[in-house]
Design a protein around this ligand. Structure first.
Ligand SMILES: *Cc1c(COP(=O)(O)O)cnc(C)c1O
Length: 372
């Protein structure tokens, strides 16, 4: 089969979605499935929907456009504040967008009006991670601005933590969001539909707190796709951590000296990786490079060690594994590796549902669950 490739087990993604949807429903929280790591794959989006997610979110317009092909209409949210230059496209592909900028709101209103539509707005609030968000004190004015634009509908408030500076979601910062929601509702006599507390990093808070307050939505990507809690990259109990497998093909096998020789300077990507040991190494080269995947977050099978990766070559120590040219090796992937692999034009993605195909005889066992 074509290599390099990413195999995607849609059943595991559906099961992860179902498990999270059910656990969060018990707390009054819905799930928006985030598809950006799979570039808005309609197959993955459909698996999330079978698993019960309420809507789909993606950070990019072309990815949301791919999701228009699903067989039933589903709320689609642009989860990055729109580019001013893309307002018309945003209104076209998304029902709702997350917003922080007055100029963008004005442009969305005009674009929605031109298209004869109403566009939903979630205003993002800065709660300490210092990425996107309106300062808490400026939220009332932003709410008034949205309410004053006739082709926009204020859907709710939201926040995002743990992406830029690792700020942890807790009762305090989520409580600030709840307080703002209550103030806005009381002041304007309206009810907000969506209070989107954050991403996968909110999961352990949402499942353990005594009171979620008014938070009623989480935008989940990594937890659904990889079964990991991004705060510490630990597996979420009950979830599959192996829905994705990266496979590459061996193009050279040789016994080589353990140590390089000659004068040494930088390698292709800076400092050369250390080569320790004496004697010889049972080395293989895979046709897999940094143009395909981020080596950080690529996990080889037990007993195989990655010795270094340049643009097009991954060198591994095969240890005791027997392998010949043409054999494939399966790797587990963490989020960064998955993102790069899905984005590379050289990597084929293969989505499967139903019973798994029998593994071929030359295939090596896959690596450990992905951890960063
Ligand atoms: C990427 C992203 C998400 C999803 O994050 P995960 O950690 O994959 O769950 C949610 N919200 C925003 C604003 C994002 O950028």
């Amino acid at each position: 089969m074509t290599a390099p490739r990413i195999d995607i087990d849609l059943d595991k993604i559906e099961q992860n979605s179902r498990s999270l949807v059910d656990r969060l429903a018990a707390r009054g929280v819905r799930v928006t499935g985030v598809t950006k790591a799979v570039l808005g794959s309609p197959g993955v989006g459909a698996a999330m929907l079978r698993g019960g997610v309420h809507g789909l979110g993606d950070s990019r317009v072309p990815n949301l456009a791919r999701l228009t092909g699903l067989d039933r209409p589903v709320p689609r949210t642009l989860i990055r504040t729109p580019m001013l230059s893309q307002a018309a496209r945003v209104v076209d592909v998304a029902d709702v967008s997350l917003n922080t900028e007055a100029a963008v709101l004005t442009a969305l209103d005009r674009a929605a009006s031109d298209a004869g539509r109403t566009h939903g707005v979630v205003l993002m609030v800065e709660l300490g991670d210092l990425r996107e968000g309106i300062g808490v004190d400026d939220v009332p004015a932003a709410v008034c601005a949205v309410l004053g634009l006739s082709s926009l509908r204020l859907v709710g408030l939201g926040a995002n933590l743990a992406c830029q500076n690792g700020a942890v979601p807790d009762d305090r910062n989520m409580g600030v969001l709840t307080g703002l929601v209550k103030d806005v509702e009381a002041l304007h006599g309206i009810a907000l539909d969506v209070v989107s507390g954050g991403n996968s990093a909110n999961l352990s808070w949402a499942l353990s707190t005594d009171d979620v307050g008014r938070i009623d939505d989480l935008r989940l990507g990594e937890a659904i796709l990889l079964g990991l809690d991004p705060l510490y990259r630990t597996p979420v109990p009950g979830l599959h951590t192996d829905a994705f497998t990266m496979t590459a093909e061996i193009i050279e096998v040789a016994v080589k000296p353990a140590r390089p020789w000659g004068d040494r300077a930088q390698a292709a990507f800076g400092e050369a990786p250390p080569r320790t040991g004496t004697g010889s190494v049972h080395q293989a080269i895979l046709a897999l490079g940094r143009q395909d995947v981020d080596p950080v977050g690529l996990r080889p099978p037990e007993g195989i060690t990655m010795l270094g990766m340049s643009s097009d070559h991954l060198v591994v120590d095969l240890g005791d594994h027997l392998a010949v040219v043409g054999d494939e090796i399966d790797f587990a992937v963490a989020y960064g590796a998955l993102l790069r692999a899905m984005t590379s034009p050289f990597v084929t993605s293969v989505e499967r549902a139903g019973p798994p195909a029998a593994p071929s005889a030359s295939r090596m066992p896959r690596g450990h669950p992905a951890r960063a």
